[in-house]
Design a protein around this ligand. Structure first.
Ligand SMILES: *[C@@H]1O[C@H](CO)[C@@H](O)[C@H](O)[C@H]1NC(C)=O
Length: 337
């Protein structure tokens, strides 16, 4: 039997990666929009029957289960929108973070968050207790991981934060991500078999670069060096839901640049977020792709809420916009950036 040489399999991997990324854009985004409305309607219809019901289909999906803590991995089936097929670590073991330290970013220690996220196997990562994790370098995630902060107060803060680069099936839920700093100019491990040199990182809260099937839910995000959640470079199949964002200038950049046409495949759902105090602009700022911005509560912005360039489709539905009490900042949308 012929065993492919390592160089051949690496070559095949390179050959396949762009195809996989392209494949995950759905041909008819309006169908996904329709499904989102169906699930919102269904949750609303159940309000009378379920005492736990909120009308938010994502929350009602897991919070109505009194044993959610025993059935944590069911959360993976609760997403809506373009990121709804992100399974994260649903089919893997539970891994408990017991150690908030980040001692060695090339050889991370078992028990730490970094040790978990670089593994090749799917993992559902939870926390033994409340903790603040100040990372030394970006947390470079491997595919098929969920970071589930439910049941503990977990802060990722004061250092570089989360990077989702050329990987797939990531769920980030229930974390407080704030005061994220630039990192880089360092060796960092991204899998059991590989570490590499990282140039300067942006200082995003969650940076998605060529990532697909990503769901960021129920996080609070504030005050980072660059974006709170940025998705660029061919990323798609993303849902950003139920987050609370405050105190930040350039909130969400979706699309790398006007000339980076591969972002035409970008499809993102932004749903049930609260955009609050101290936000300035880019909530989000979109390029090229299809963006469903639905049922968000915009209570504060200083320049504008939603912006776009390079021919994006922005489908804004059911949002509440409370404009600031200042001339020249009253407009929700902007295309003059
Ligand atoms: C959701 O409910 C609204 C209000 O009743 C209705 O107009 C809309 O057609 C419903 N959408 C779907 C997809 O069921």
């Amino acid at each position: 039997m012929a065993i492919p040489s390592p160089s051949l399999s690496i070559f095949l991997l390179f050959l396949m990666t762009p195809a996989l990324i392209l494949a995950s854009a759905v041909p008819d985004p309006e169908l996904v929009v329709h499904e989102v409305h169906k699930s919102i309607n269904a949750s609303r219809r159940n309000l009378g029957y379920l005492s736990c019901g909120t009308g938010n289909p994502i929350d009602d999906c897991w919070r109505c289960d009194p044993n959610w803590e025993k059935n944590r991995q069911r959360l993976a089936d609760c997403a809506i929108g373009f990121g709804k097929n992100a399974v994260g670590g649903r089919d893997g073991r539970i891994y408990v973070v017991t150690d908030p330290g980040d001692y060695d970013v090339v050889n991370p220690k078992p028990g730490t968050l970094r040790y978990a996220v670089i593994q090749d196997e799917p993992l559902w990562i939870i926390f033994a207790r409340d903790m603040t994790i100040r990372l030394k370098e970006e947390l470079i995630m491997n595919s098929f991981k969920t970071i589930d902060g439910r049941g503990a107060s977990v802060h990722i803060a004061g250092g570089p934060c989360i990077t989702i680069q050329y990987v797939t099936n990531i769920i980030i839920h229930g974390l407080n991500i704030h005061d994220c700093k630039k990192g880089g100019n360092a060796m960092v491990r991204d899998s059991p078999r590989h570490f590499g040199w990282r140039t300067v990182s942006d200082g995003d809260g969650v940076s998605i670069f060529g990532g697909t099937h990503i769901w960021v839910d129920h996080c609070s995000l504030s005050n980072c060096d660059d974006g709170l959640v940025d998705a660029i470079h061919g990323s798609t199949a993303i849902t950003i839901s139920n987050n609370f964002m405050t105190h930040h200038d350039k909130v969400m950049l979706l699309g790398h640049s006007d000339t980076y046409t591969q972002d035409k495949n970008m499809q993102v759902t932004i749903a049930f977020n609260h955009f609050g105090e101290g936000l300035v602009q880019r909530i989000p700022r979109c390029r090229h792709g299809y963006f469903h911005v639905v049922n968000n509560d915009y209570t504060h912005w200083e320049m504008y809420a939603i912006g776009g360039s390079a021919n994006p489709t922005i489908n804004s539905q059911g949002n509440r916009f409370a404009a600031p009490d200042r001339a020249f900042s009253k407009e929700v949308s902007s295309n003059f950036l």
